[in-house]
Write a protein of this length. Structure first.
Length: 313
């Protein structure tokens, strides 16, 4: 059987996508497949053994780094690139594109930059989509392999859970909506605690996310209501996991039906203030739902592997 090689940068906690890539390699190896990470720079721009030492979360004990033997025999491997990777820097003959966000054509064309040239994605590349949501017209204009879904989130259930503490604060964040929303549209109270995203360089946050997941979980366990102006950040689900009310500011052009249909876990979030009571009424169903998704994810990994083996015979 062919090996799996996942292109990923060194791990850092502010990137959920990089966490998923590391977790996926760990899961493949736990399930008996032979999987490796090929360390990459941003957007897959280059690989070299000098990228080591390489950081991966300690919870992923089965992560392996690519060896020279595997690297020199990529005809016997299947290489997985995330959707924001240019070209095919490993020159692999068997390529999977894992669309973990909106499918952006700018990454698919040939080009050059930073002293590097890259080729266009090939029609023969096999695509997998992170969720059904990203196959919809809101995020995507392609019709390639739309039935191939590979949803592999990291829930951190050992960190994000309800500790039954007294709740004395409300908090809010902008995340990817920074610079896209006017303060006159805010629905939170002016005295609510603001936490920023250290990657966005937002000024003077009360709390810098996500320097420490445990600190974030502690914050949510003290929180009554969490407001997010970023429609799709998974932090909104993590707030619910800790027992807080979670409200997402409705985005223009995205209906309530679309939001709730895009991801099953959205049902536990209030998409607008008028959904708060409904979301509260089903919050107790979330733990079982997370367990169900984790079981389904294992089956998705097996199905992913089989589809790859069949396609790259």
């Amino acid at each position: 059987m062919k090996k799996f090689v996942v292109s990923a940068p060194s791990w850092f906690p502010s990137s959920g996508g990089i966490t998923v890539l590391h977790k996926f390699v760990n899961t493949l190896n736990k399930l008996g497949y032979d999987a490796y990470i090929a360390p990459s720079g941003p957007s897959g721009l280059g690989w070299h053994p000098s990228h080591i030492p390489f950081n991966t979360p300690s919870r992923y004990e089965n992560v392996k780094l690519i060896t020279e033997e595997v690297y020199n025999n990529l005809q016997d491997a299947i290489v997985i690139y995330p959707e924001t990777w240019y070209g095919n820097y490993l020159n692999a003959p068997n390529v999977v594109r894992w669309i973990m966000g909106a499918a952006n054509p700018s990454y698919m064309d040939e080009g050059s930059g930073w002293g590097i040239q890259w080729e266009a994605w090939k029609d023969t590349d096999l695509w997998f989509w992170y969720t059904q949501m990203y196959t919809t017209s809101t995020f995507n204009s392609f019709d390639k392999n739309l039935d191939n879904i590979l949803f592999q989130p990291e829930f951190y259930k050992d960190i994000f859970y309800n500790k039954d503490l007294d709740r004395s604060i409300n908090c809010w964040t902008l995340r990817k909506s920074a610079g896209k929303i006017n303060s006159s549209e805010y629905i939170h109270h002016p005295n609510d605690l603001f936490f920023g995203d250290i990657d966005k360089n937002l000024p003077n946050p009360d709390y810098d996310f996500p320097g420490n997941y445990k600190a974030l979980a502690d914050l949510f366990n003290k929180t009554k209501i969490f407001y997010s102006y970023d429609t799709y950040t998974f932090i909104s689900v993590q707030a619910v996991m800790c027992g807080a009310d979670s409200i997402v500011y409705p985005r223009a052009g995205l209906s309530k039906e679309e939001y709730y249909n895009n991801l099953s876990l959205h049902r536990y979030i209030a998409y607008g203030l008028d959904e708060l009571e409904r979301s509260r009424s089903i919050r107790n169903e979330l733990p079982d739902h997370l367990n169900q998704i984790e079981e389904e994810n294992i089956q998705q990994v097996h199905l992913f592997a089989q589809k790859c083996y069949d396609y790259f015979k």
